[in-house]
Design a protein around this ligand. Sequence first.
Ligand code: MN
Ligand code: MN
Length: 454
Amino acid sequence: MYAKNIWKDITEEKKKAIFEFGKDYIDYLTKGKTERLAAAETEAIAIKNGFVKAEDAKELKPGTKVYFTNMSKNIAMYIIGKRPITEGIRILGAHIDSPRLDLKQNPLYESNGFALLDTHYYGGVKKYQYVTIPLALRGVVCKKDGTVVDVNIGDDEGDPVVGISDLLIHLSGDQMKKTGDKLIEGEALDVTVGSIPLEGEEKDAVKANVLKFLKEKYDIEEEDFLSAEIEVVPAGPARDYGLDRSMVAGYGHDDRVCAYASLRAILDVEVPEYTSCCILVDKEEIGSVGATGAQSLFFENTIAHLLQASGDTNYFSLRKAMENSRMLSSDVSAGFDPLFPEVNESKNAAYLNRGIVFNKYTGRGGKGGSNDANPEYVAWVRKVMDENNIYFQTAELGKVDQGGGGTIAYILGNYNMNVIDAGISVLNMHAPMEIVAKADVYEAYLAYRAFLLA
Ligand code: MN
Ligand code: MN
């Protein structure tokens, strides 16, 4: 069903399913505020649904469900198919990192009676969107003795929140003349965390008091920040959006919404024809680099493991398995916003409530950096969608030369496999509060499942 509104001619049964799925998704998004938390939540759901750690699987036969994790930030789930892995895998890929502010390695300081934490933003953010909103500190502190301390300040029941101040309008004459990118500078994104001086302390007494709190709550010292990853994220849960509750407002839809729909799709698969895969990666927002990004050999290694565990140790088998695979590289699409129609070209824009979005290409300025899916593959994907009555649409990210963006599609394309960008429309992309339509989340799940079984 191409470019049609899902809510027209909908059955009561499907309506119910959309809202139930939306509820489950809100729970996942609320729990998965960082890539680590999203990976952990995904792993817990996978285990509950019969997946076992690949190294613990006794034998691999059609229907065997295994998963791999990588440095607590990636997870790859597989269901072995009836055909040999060398005939290719059906791959669903999405990323579970989201734009945010990260604490610097040496973050804590005191200034004019306040204790503050210095940050460096991660990914593409409009910095001015991060001031005067409730924020939480989520992440880990890794201590020299090997212990990993989970930090959560701002999201637990009864927790205080933290935040970043902005200048009062009364004194903003100079500030308001600046352009948007300079309105709040990167170095001004410092988080206020305290204002009471520690009794008996002369110098930096407020900072000392914060350190005392951290010692009591987490048993950490100031130097432990050196080996920490603490992310400053919007505080509070994801929630229904709109009087009709048709949408979800939350932090990090990009791209946990595609991750969740992909996860749910693979959970429905029993014994597929082709091996099913759902891989969730980190670092997409900064170029998919490093050990936990899509460019890492982790993914390839998991397939090498599966081949070896099936008794196939031929190096060329790995190449064949990659080359014969088909992938939906899932990432969010820019939903058409009625308040900003001018950035889109309406016949090639993505709309909320019209189902999964396929981007034949992404990129910027003449498709630069894009994976441009082969039309033969696009035709096959269309066929799969239509045979399964899936609502789908096609889109580009904005008007030509308006801007653009990238995804992980081209990285997997390097293996000579067919890949197309697919995903869910979102409003306010990269803002602390992003919006998706529940009908699209559900439809993407149906689309992913149809793809795995095609
Ligand atoms: Mn994304
Ligand atoms: Mn993004």
